[in-house]
Design a protein around this ligand. Structure first.
Ligand code: GLA
Length: 375
């Protein structure tokens, strides 16, 4: 059985509860976020998945071994939320895990793959994020971590496929066992790194990764991305308060040019205008959602200054210049090679179109990104 080949042809866009709310989620948050997505123009921008992460299930399965939504926080159940999402033109995503328990210690899908896939299909769920905590490696003697991941993600993938219900499958084993080499057989996207932290380049101490470390790893995996199979450098932190507006602009521009999923991780019900302006930039979203589904290549890298190029379906290219270093840098760009066709470039932050020729030198402040569509 194969997963639905018509899904995630461009990187999924939407919202996920984890980065901002962790386990503090309930039905009101989900309903209010849905209403915000539908009423404040997010749906029209392409943000259609509302993904519930860890913490939605009750601590015990029912007598038939089925998942039960937490009766206090989700008294109306998941089916009702999926129906409401669909009536608003949105899609509902949910979370489980390949191991015995989720990362929060709640019931998960090991040895329950069939019944869980059937339950999600009955509820009308459109997207499943499948995590990698509490995996019983001891039950697979002699197998490598990669082999165990191929087996367990293969099981949930087959189980979803045999329901006949269209569901995006998002693997979340943090890049262990190089999922970019084999993930496309069983899933639509796979995490490439540990969890993102809301910091630019300071090393977090709790096992999460800063933005620059995630960028360095994910940006080298361009060859493995394409329609229906994307690298996932984790959900967006834009708007969660740990970085400056300019750093969040870099975060969003880099995720767009890397063809990463755009899953908003901030509180959508209460968003500052300068944060909305980043996430609602239609020129950047168009780069991310281009139908070729190509992830930008890093074409130049020196002194923590990166140049990335992403070919687009109409023959244009997106070009980004990212200064990951802690000081302003002066950069000389050769437009004859970056913009070989019409020598025109639209700056995707200012919206200005410039005519280019030869080389130009610009100064790029620390942590900032310039990004253009060159025509
Ligand atoms: C793992 C995942 C996160 C999140 C949490 C939930 O850490 O990588 O994205 O889903 O589990 O517990």
């Amino acid at each position: 059985m194969a997963l639905d080949p018509g899904l995630a042809l461009t990187p999924p866009m939407g919202f996920n509860t984890w980065n901002r709310f962790a386990g503090n989620i309930d039905q009101n948050l989900i309903e209010q976020t849905m209403d915000t997505m539908a009423n404040q123009g997010w749906r029209e921008l392409g943000y259609i998945y509302l993904n519930i992460d860890d913490g939605w299930m009750a601590p015990q399965r029912d007598d038939q071994g089925r998942f039960v939504p937490d009766p206090v926080r989700f008294p109306g159940g998941i089916r009702r939320l999926a129906d409401r999402a669909h009536s608003l033109g949105l899609k509902l995503g949910i979370y489980s895990c390949c191991g015995y328990k989720t990362c929060m210690g709640l019931p998960a899908s090991y040895n329950h793959e069939r019944i869980d896939a059937e339950t999600f299909a009955e509820w009308g769920v459109d997207y499943l994020k499948q995590d990698w905590c509490h995996v019983p490696y001891e039950e697979f003697p002699g197998k490598s971590h990669r082999e165990v991941a191929e087996i367990l993600y293969g099981r949930i993938s087959d189980a979803i496929a045999s329901t006949g219900h269209a569901m995006v499958l998002s693997m979340c084993n943090w890049g262990d066992g190089e999922p970019w080499l084999w993930g496309a057989k069983v899933a639509h996207l796979w995490r490439t790194t540990s969890d993102i932290a809301d910091v630019f380049s300071q090393k977090p101490t709790n096992g999460t990764w800063d933005l620059v470390s995630i960028f360095r790893k994910n940006s080298r995996l361009a060859a493995y991305a394409g329609p229906g199979h994307f690298n996932d450098p984790d959900m967006l932190e834009v708007g969660n308060g740990g970085m400056s507006v300019e750093e969040y602009q870099s975060h969003f521009a880099l995720w767009c040019i890397m063809a990463a999923p755009l899953l908003i991780g901030a509180d959508m019900r209460d968003m500052a205008p300068e944060i909305r302006a980043i996430l609602a930039n239609t020129d950047l979203i168009a780069v991310n959602q281009d139908r070729l589904g190509i992830q930008a290549e890093v074409v130049d890298e020196h002194d923590d200054l990166f140049t990335l190029v992403k070919p687009l379906s109409n023959g244009d290219r997106a070009v980004a210049l990212f200064n990951a270093s802690d000081s302003a840098q002066s950069v000389t760009l050769n437009w004859n090679s970056l913009a070989p066709r019409k020598r025109q470039a639209k700056d995707l932050w200012s919206g200005k179109v410039e005519t280019l020729s030869g080389t130009s030198t610009l100064s790029l402040p620390a942590h900032e990104t310039r990004i253009w569509r060159v025509m």
